[in-house]
Design a binder for this molecule. Structure first.
Ligand SMILES: [Zn+2]
Length: 79
């Protein structure tokens, strides 16, 4: 997977987060942290988000296919 494909993948994650509104106040989420987790043997991208309005915290889970490409966890250096 090329860097461009990874970027596209990350962008689609942000799109999902941007479309999701806080269930407490209806505000928008800000991504605080992205980390890779292994859940039941499958790699997941976990985005820890906080509502910019009320501070409600929510984690978003995305399956992370790119970690199989070179056997190394994706490094979050795109910030
Ligand atoms: Zn909120």
């Amino acid at each position: 997977m090329t860097l461009r494909e990874i970027m596209k993948y990350i962008e689609s994650e942000y799109e999902v987060i941007n479309k999701t509104h806080c269930e407490v106040c209806g505000g928008e989420f800000i991504t605080e942290q992205i980390q890779l987790s292994i859940i039941e043997g499958a790699p997941f991208d976990v985005c820890s988000c906080t509502c910019e309005n009320c501070g409600h915290e929510k984690d978003f889970f995305f399956s992370a296919p790119f970690v199989y490409e070179d056997g190394e966890p994706f490094n979050n250096t795109l910030n």
